[in-house]
Structures are given as C-alpha cells and as structure tokens.
Design a binder for this molecule. Structure first.
Ligand SMILES: NC(=O)c1ccc[n+]([C@@H]2O[C@H](COP(=O)([O-])OP(=O)(O)OC[C@H]3O[C@@H](n4cnc5c(N)ncnc54)[C@H](OP(=O)(O)O)[C@@H]3O)[C@@H](O)[C@H]2O)c1
Length: 230
C-alpha cells in the first residue's frame, strides 16, 4: 500500500510510520522535525502543515501523482486544559488552525492531485465527551469529525473516517500527566491507565490500529468510530 501519514516525528504518527514501513508498505511521512525511521520504505517531507503555500506546492511534488491507498491525518495539538470561560481566543484559534483548518488545506491539495482510496482523520474521545477543561481540543476534534462527514458527501470515490485512537503513551500524555485530577476529574482515567495495557506505547498501538482497520472500513463513509469500541 501507499500510505501518507502526517505527524511522524513522534507519538502515534511515528508508531504507525515505523509499523507500516517495516511491514513493507510505502510510507510518506510529514512533520516539521526529523523522523528517525531508517527504512527504505519510509519517505519523509519536512513540512509545517500551517504553512499553506508550502503545503500546496511541496505536497504534490512529494507525492508526484501517486495513488494513495490510505491517508492518515494524524498531526494535531492538545492546547491547554483549562476552563472554556478562561481560554484566550488566540489559544483556541491556534488549536483550531492545526486540528481543523490545516486538515482542510491538506485534503483539498491531496484530493485535487492524487487518487485517494481512504482518508482517516485521527480524532479523539474528546470529540464527543464534553469534559471539564478539554476546551479547544474538544471543539477542534468535534469539528474535525464534521469535516470528515462533509468530505464524505462530496467525494464519493474516497472513503472517509474520523477515528479515535483511545489512549496512547505519547508527548500529549506527558502534558496530561501534570494536569490536576482535582480540578479536571476526567484526567484520573488517563493517569490510572498510564503504564498499563490501556495506554499502549505507539509501536504497540500501531498493531492494534492495523487490526481494527477491517472493522472500520465496513462502516459507512463519513462515520466517527472509537478504536476501543469498534
Ligand atoms: N496520545 C493520545 O492518547 C491521543 C488520544 C486521542 C487522540 N490523539 C490524537 O493523535 C494525534 C497524534 O498525537 P500524539 O499523541 O501522537 O502527539 P505528539 O507525540 O505530540 O505528536 C504530534 C505530531 O504532530 C506533528 N505536528 C504538530 N504540529 C505540526 C505542524 N504544524 N506541521 C506538521 N506536523 C505537526 C508533530 O511533529 P512536529 O512537531 O515535528 O511538526 C508530531 O509528529 C493527534 O491528532 C491527537 O489529537 C492522541
């Protein structure tokens, strides 16, 4: 398969890129920082997804008319855990910019230059759980779910899914580890899961992700699913 993955320098994207390239797939990875994967099947484009002119010119060059079997839109930011009423508008806009608008620019560029079989937007349980403090992150992932639904209606030859990965032990969890359970009770579940099989490391997660794909692909295009429930 030809697989595009965004956000391959760390965390989930790194785990997926390593797993799929080692399994013999051609993996095209994007991130600003270097991605430390030494495999001839892995190809990397250093790119800031917020630099829209660069996305529009460099992405088509990088993929050079290749047909993609799978595009995994994984790059994302958490932003601050904080009460919505205290959140600065600029901070919320930054989270929306990467988690929502950059995904639109990427999709528009991709779909006008390449044939794409399936798109998976990496969403979150936070897209549907309005827990105290999840602020711009919940908003952005709920909006991403809707973006995926809307594209599914417009591009009938491509399948689109918004997929929540469950808990994965990445840089995002390092930040969440420091968040107070007293102020934000929903983080207790995350703290309890760390170091257990309920929060796998990215490479272990990648195996679970691949195993879940056949079930995901049976769903109607445009749907949101959670890996823990599928
Ligand atoms: N970890 C979890 O438990 C969990 C749960 C639910 C959903 N998710 C979702 O999973 C996805 C990956 O998160 P993660 O936990 O793996 O976090 P992570 O380790 O912080 O990875 C984020 C990735 O996004 C890339 N990225 C950020 N800004 C970028 C930009 N402007 N341009 C290009 N790439 C950019 C980063 O690369 P550079 O910094 O090198 O650019 C990095 O590779 C996110 O969408 C997150 O919302 C994670």
């Amino acid at each position: 398969m030809n697989i595009l993955i965004t956000g391959t320098s760390s965390g989930i994207g790194y785990g997926l890129a390593k797993h799929f390239s080692e399994a013999g797939h051609q993996v095209y990875g994007i991130s600003r920082r270097e991605t430390k994967i030494d495999n001839e099947n892995f190809h990397h484009l250093p790119l800031d997804l917020l630099d829209y002119p660069a996305v529009q010119t460099k992405l088509p060059e990088f993929l050079s008319n290749k047909d993609l079997d799978l595009a995994i839109l994984n790059a994302g930011v958490l932003g601050k855990i904080q009460p919505m009423a205290k959140a600065e508008l600029d901070e919320l806009k930054n989270t929306m910019e990467l988690n929502l608008w950059s995904q639109k620019v990427l999709l528009d560029t991709l779909l006008s230059n390449n044939k794409v079989e399936t798109v998976i937007g990496i969403s979150s349980g936070a897209a549907v759980n309005g827990n105290m403090g999840w602020s711009g992150y919940s908003l952005s992932k709920a909006a991403l779910n809707m973006l995926i639904q809307l594209y599914a209606k417009e591009f009938e030859d491509t399948k689109f899914y918004a997929f929540a990965p469950g808990l994965v032990d990445t840089n995002m969890q390092d930040y969440l580890w420091e968040v107070s359970e007293e102020k934000y009770p929903s983080v207790k579940k995350l703290h309890d899961a760390r170091g257990t099989e309920n929060m796998p490391k990215p490479e272990e997660f990648a195996k679970r992700f691949e195993s879940a794909l056949p079930k995901l692909f049976k769903l109607e295009s445009g749907q949101f699913a959670d890996l823990r429930k599928i």
